[in-house]
Every structure is written in C-alpha cells, then in structure tokens.
Design a protein around this ligand. Structure first.
Ligand code: NAP
Ligand code: 8YV
Length: 318
C-alpha cells in the first residue's frame, strides 16, 4: 500500500497552474476563501500545506494543527501573518526573482505612459480626434532631464535601476541599509530621497513598517514637477493625501499599479486627469505567472519530501 498524498489547502482564487499542479501532485482541498469553517472538521488535522495568494491570519493557521508550510504565490508576503508562522515553526515560501524582470519592464512602461500620456494619446487616435482636431497636444512631462529615486532597491528595484541606466537617468535610492554593490546615490530617509528626485518609484514591500509611509511630507518634498510611480503595495501610500496632492498639483502626476483596497480604486483617483492606472498587472504575463506557479508548487514538493525549501522567506529560513 502506498502512503497517502499530503493534503494541501487552497483558500480562495489562485493561478490555474498552481491549482492543476497541486491537484496532480497532492490531495487538494479547495475552499472559497480563507475561512477554516469551510473545511470539514474531520479533515483539518490532515492539512500540512497551504498554497495561497490571499490573507493568511494567525487564526486561520491555528485551525490546522499539522500545518507545516505556507507557499505564497507572489514575492510579496505581507498578507501572511509571518510573525505567527515563524513562532509556530511553519515554513513560509514566496516567489522571488522569477518575476523581477517582468515587473521592472512594466514599471518602465508605467513611467513612460505617465510622463508621455501614451494611453491618452491612443484613446485620442481611436476616438477619431487626430483626424478631426489635429495632433495630440505636446506633453508637459518627459523622462528627459529627470532624476529617479527608487524606494526599495532590492531585487526588483535593481532591475528597474539597470533599465533606467539605459535611459541615461541619474538614480538615487532609499533602503533601511545602504548597499555596497551599486554606485547610485543613497539617502537615509524617504523624505531625503523625495527631496533629491523628481521621479519617485516605490517598490518596497508592504506591512506595518511601510504602511502609508508615502504621505503628504513625501509629496511636498517631491514637489510640483514630481511624479510618483507605485508598483510595490498600495498600502504604502496615504491615498487620500495622494489624491489631494494630485488635485492641488503639489505633485505633477502618478502612475499606479497597486492600490490600498484592491480591486476597488477610489473614484477621486479615477476622475483625476494626471494619473495613469493599471489593475495590478506588473507580473501578469502567462510566462511569468507560470514561473511563479512552478516555484510556488516546487516549494511545497521540496519541503514535504524532506528537502530544504527553495525560496524560504527570511523570517522562516533556518
Ligand atoms: P526585495 O528584494 O526584498 O526588496 C525590497 C527592498 O526594500 C530591499 O532593498 C529593502 O532594503 C527595502 N526595504 C524593505 N523594507 C523597507 C523599509 N521599511 N524602508 C526602506 N526600505 C525598505 O523584494 P523584491 O523582490 O524587490 O519585491 C519588492 C516588493 O514589490 C514586494 O514585496 C511586493 O510588495 C512588490 N511587488 C509588486 C508586484 C506587482 O505586481 N505590482 C510584483 C512583484 C512585487 P532594506 O532591507 O535595506 O531596507
Ligand atoms: C502578483 C505581486 O500580482 O508577487 C507579488 O508580490 O504583487 C504580484 O506578482 C500577486 O502576487 C499574485 O497575483
């Protein structure tokens, strides 16, 4: 008789390839959301792994006494109560590196679309206005002459920096610690960075430390020619303060891929003319999402067969 397959729980929506591989390689329980009440009490003690791209609270983890691993689909794992997982000795993995280039490509596209208004120019053409009214108005903003500030110069931040070097853009950054492997200008505070640049790119992880960290002080420092690009987490921006800064032209424009309460986007943001908005698509190509899916499931396979996790998050790496 062969051993039964390990039981993996998938709460809520997840990438199709993650689901297909978990179903093929494990005994899979799928539930509509991360609500332990949706799992048959008789099966809860059998759950040893979770594959998720949703919020995993301490209470949810504690419903599964034999939970050994949470494989987060995504590099950002701010939705997982990591402190509790570490205290309980639960391994948490994420999907770093395999998405960095895709996210950096998207960031450059968002920068150019925000500055040069290409989505609006295309809408103008499609509406027949080129023919009826003449050329699209010249844009007041350009990447030429700008200085970029990367807030969160990690894996993705570096990939963005490498691309911006090719555009001839001077690069500054702020992290908690200065890196010794780049020649970009370091600032030991976010406001200091915002003061020195006119293109602020946020790619910092979410969580309590960065919650609403991009606030009115940062917008005032960025200044009236300043542009905010956010591809990190929406919660890092004080959204009401951003809306005020954009409306009052404290800053010139913003390009956002992430929002505080996704998928809801405040109407006040939608109504502003000086924003470029994307529905959290920075990593959203089939190829990149497949690579993330494989890494997510490969972590489950490795850990549950007694091997080291491939990409453990620092808090649970031994
Ligand atoms: P990473 O390699 O861990 O880089 C994060 C960087 O942020 C590090 O350089 C870190 O440096 C800095 N940092 C962390 N906390 C900070 C703080 N409180 N203050 C200042 N700097 C801080 O992560 P990554 O792979 O580049 O991913 C970054 C984030 O991008 C993810 O966590 C996720 O939220 C977001 N993301 C979004 C999308 C999307 O679809 N829009 C896709 C992928 C990732 P120090 O430790 O020195 O501070
Ligand atoms: C994905 C992301 O949108 O990896 C992350 O942290 O934000 C994105 O790549 C998400 O994780 C899965 O939908």
């Amino acid at each position: 008789m062969t051993d039964p397959k390990p039981v993996i729980l998938i709460p809520g929506r997840i990438n199709d390839r993650v689901r297909a591989r978990v179903e093929a390689e494990f005994d899979c329980i799928s539930i509509a959301s991360a609500d332990a009440g949706l799992v048959d009490p008789a099966r809860r003690s059998a759950v040893v792994g979770i594959a998720a791209m949703t919020s995993i609270t301490a209470q949810f983890m504690d419903a599964f006494e034999n939970l050994a691993i949470i494989a987060n689909y995504g590099v950002g794992y701010d939705a997982v109560d990591i402190k509790h997982a570490a205290e309980r000795g639960i391994m948490v993995t994420n999907t770093p590196d395999v998405l960095s280039d895709e996210v950096a490509d998207t960031t450059i596209a968002l920068v150019l679309n925000t500055l040069r208004e290409f989505p609006k120019a295309e809408a103008y053409l499609r509406a027949g206005r080129w023919e009826s009214e003449g050329g699209y108005p010249l844009t007041s903003m350009t990447l030429r002459g700008r200085t970029a500030g990367i807030f969160g110069l990690g894996r993705i931040g570096l990939a963005i920096g490498r691309r911006l070097e090719g555009f001839g853009t001077p690069i500054h950054y702020h992290n908690r610690s200065q890196r010794n492997d780049v020649s970009y200008t370091y600032h030991d505070s976010l406001v200091g960075l915002a003061n020195a640049v006119d293109l602020l790119i946020c790619v910092v992880p979410g969580g309590a430390e960065t919650d609403k960290i991009i606030d009115h002080k940062v917008f005032e420092a960025l200044g009236e020619n300043g542009v905010l690009i956010n591809v990190g987490r929406g919660q890092s921006v004080d959204e009401p303060a951003l809306i005020k800064a954009l409306s009052q032209r404290t800053i010139a424009a913003a390009g956002l891929d992430v929002f505080a309460d996704e998928p809801r986007v405040p109407k006040a943001l939608l109504d502003l003319p000086n924003v470029c908005l994307l529905p959290h698509v920075a990593s959203a190509s089939i190829a990149t999402r497949n690579a993330m899916a494989d890494l997510c499931v490969d972590n489950l396979v490795a850990w549950l067969s007694g091997k080291p996790a491939i990409t453990a998050v620092p808090e649970t790496a031994s």
